[in-house]
Design a protein around this ligand. Structure first.
Ligand code: WAQ
Ligand code: MG
Length: 632
């Protein structure tokens, strides 16, 4: 715009006192006349009816603030209910904890001409006139558009960009009152302007806006003054603008899409030690969320062994295992694991993830093939990808399919079949004897991940070979972080396999040796498990009690381990049920995509040896109540 004087040109039209249409522009003096004419034309042709009163005016505006337009993204939804669920999720992700209540207040805006101004945290209404609300005016786009037709999207984007640039405003929710316009939006500082394709059904005349404010009460007046009086021109930043960093935009857009799809994850801070009762956000919850099945993560004797090792060896080993990082606790633990698993040797890695990644990528490469169960853990999938070998995914637990695919893989140099022993999100178990028989017949390496089997499966917790009274796979992978309560991963096997991994597994070669406290803690826990399987028996009895209690409450669940999945399906519904359980004092997390398939969201309850019978029966009843609460 030139140095000519600028005018705010406004139109407002009504019929028998009822608001019909309104619009505004900021234009230079030379365009005031034509803009007034175009706005009058627009008022006369509004779909809501013919006005009997048209108010046109043009005021000179003071200094104009130029601001960038909010970034735009779109969420496709099937219906208005889903649209509001997404709106709520997004507000929550942007830091509005009481998003549900905010959306619940929306219908109170229907009768207002302006927007409801809410304190984002206390939900107090801050408009001086609650019947009228607060109106954002004196704004326009830097890009001129025809003034005689309404472009809902362009005008809403200008309004939202101004509103979110106002001091203290953290979000806006909007639904048009045009009965033919069902797309609405949520605008937040964090995610920008997110269009939601359906917030109401066609034909519905209801519409409104909520502005969310966070700040001091004494600054509200200045915010309203900015919204109502400050002249703002919204620019669409050109791609080569060097001012605003554009490289973060695509990240933020993707984050808003994650939130809108109900897939945002939040970390939760636990202030107590691991246990079946944990303190979260000032409350004590009965936890079904930990893999510390046997309670060794907070066992005093185990902790003392770890502390003692740190006192003797220090906090870090200062080098990789192959340089000077191999200390007594590493060697001791590797021997102990081998003895417990009945194998010749074992190798320890810093995490279970690295154990799978490093082992698979070391064992197979280009010219080899790896056959992997469709529901294997992410660390196995990533190891397969990293290896460069051809990857053949066979249907979950389908040993005939594995057999058939191995038969057509004879030409490869090496064949590796890899499966979870206990599947971490389904709790079901591999038929190990069948798996071994198929692998041997095709001379394929067999690898089984016993992360959730060690300490859980078999009369003394030794895993699948004990449970089925059969032989061992070539590579028995497991973790130190679940039933052993520490951190790390291992692979047990014969001398040549383990030696080969020491020479070839890159996470082993190129990481600093695993943490001493974790080695000593795992060793102490393993010694306890080896000496006394009573906790394993209690755990197994608890699982039976819990599954039976669920069944008594009409909830079908089954498991071969301590992981009890309760299938829900829809991601948002799973989140709702889990949230409801938390209100009732039970922490049973919802598991969603990408951990499980889209539409296969579930609750995942992990049973511990120290859950009391009362914890288990009360939790089962709460699950049933929370699931059913939805139906009414
Ligand atoms: N300031 C505050 N609130 C307002 C204003 C304003 N300037 N204008 C309208 N409202 C309130 C009022 O309560 C209306 O009932 C409600 O908002 C909706 O107004 O990306 O057309 O003019 O495609 O119907 C969204 C576009 C269009 C979404 C929104 O709003 C997209 C729209 P309407
Ligand atoms: Mg309204």
């Amino acid at each position: 715009m030139s140095s000519e004087r600028l005018f705010g040109v406004k139109m407002r039209a009504s019929q028998e006192g009822r608001h019909v249409s309104g619009a505004e522009r900021i234009v230079p003096a030379s365009r005031v006349a034509q803009t007034l004419a175009a706005l009058a034309d627009r008022a006369l042709r509004h779909s809501k009816g013919e006005p009997d009163f048209i108010n046109l005016k043009a005021d000179a505006v003071g200094e104009v603030v130029r601001i960038p337009s909010l970034p735009v993204s779109t969420v496709e939804v099937a219906d208005a209910a889903e649209g509001w669920a997404r709106a709520e999720e997004m507000l929550k992700a942007a830091g509005v904890a009481r998003a549900r209540e905010v959306c619940g207040l929306f219908r109170e805006t229907y009768s207002m001409r302006g927007a409801m101004l809410l304190d984002a945290d206390t939900l107090e209404r801050l408009e001086p006139n609650p019947e009228r609300g607060v109106r954002a005016t004196n704004m326009d786009s830097a890009v001129s558009s025809p003034a005689n037709v309404k472009n809902h999207f362009a005008e809403a984007l200008v309004l939202a960009s101004k509103v979110l640039s106002a001091p203290g405003i953290v979000g806006e929710v909007c639904m048009s009152d045009d009965p033919n316009y069902v797309t609405g939006y949520v605008a937040t500082r964090r995610f920008g302007y997110c269009r939601i394709t359906k917030l109401k059904e066609p034909g519905d005349e209801a519409g409104g806006r909520i502005f969310l404010y966070r700040g001091r009460r004494e600054d509200v007046a200045a915010t309203i003054d900015y919204l109502e009086r400050r002249a703002v021109v919204v620019e669409t930043p050109s791609p080569d603008a060097n001012a605003a960093p554009r490289r973060f935009d695509s990240l933020e857009r993707e984050l808003s899409e994650i939130a809108a799809a109900g897939l945002r994850r939040e970390t939760r801070m636990v202030s107590s030690r691991s246990g079946c009762h944990i303190a979260v956000g000032g409350r004590t919850l009965v936890s079904f969320a930990s893999n510390d099945y046997l309670g060794y993560a907070s066992d005093a004797e185990v902790a003392e062994a770890a502390a003692d090792a740190v006192r003797r060896h220090g906090t870090g080993s200062g080098a990789s295992r192959l340089v000077t990082g191999t200390l007594t606790p590493h060697v001791g633990l590797e021997r102990q694991i081998a003895a417990f698993k009945g194998s010749a040797d074992s190798i320890v890695y810093a995490t279970g993830y690295m154990a799978n990644l490093g082992t698979i990528a070391a064992l197979v490469g280009r010219g080899d093939v790896v056959l992997s169960d469709a529901l294997n853990h992410a660390s196995i999938i990533d190891g397969c990808r990293l290896s460069g070998a051809d990857v053949v995914v066979y249907p979950h637990l389908d040993m005939d399919a594995l057999d058939g695919r191995l038969a057509s893989c004879r030409a490869y140099r090496r064949r590796l079949a890899v499966s979870d022993g206990v599947f971490s999100m389904d709790g079901d178990m591999l038929d190990l004897p069948r798996f071994l028989e198929v692998c041997r017949r095709h001379d394929a390496f067999s690898m089984v991940d016993e992360a959730h089997a060690l300490g859980v499966v078999g009369a003394t917790g030794r895993g699948l070979s004990e449970r089925f009274a059969c032989g061992h796979p070539d590579l028995m992978m497991g973790t130190l972080s679940k039933a052993l309560g520490a951190e790390g991963g291992y692979v047990a096997g014969n001398a040549s396999v383990v030696e080969y991994l020491r020479q070839r597994a890159r996470p082993f070669m190129f990481s600093t040796a695993p943490d001493i406290a974790a080695m000593a803690g795992a060793a102490a826990a393993l010694a306890r498990l080896d000496g006394d399987p009573s906790r394993v028996r209690r755990l197994q009895a608890n699982v039976r009690t819990f599954v039976a209690a669920l069944a008594e409450n009409g909830i079908a669940a089954k498991t071969d381990s301590a992981i009890v999945p309760i299938l829900i399906g829809d991601e948002c519904e799973a989140m709702r049920v889990s949230g409801e359980l938390e209100k009732r004092g039970f922490l049973i997390p919802a598991i969603r995509y990408p951990t499980v398939a889209h539409g296969a969201a579930r609750l995942r309850a992990a049973v511990r040896y120290d859950h009391g019978e009362e914890d288990l029966t009360a939790a089962a009843a709460a699950v049933a109540a929370a699931v059913r609460q939805h139906d009414d």
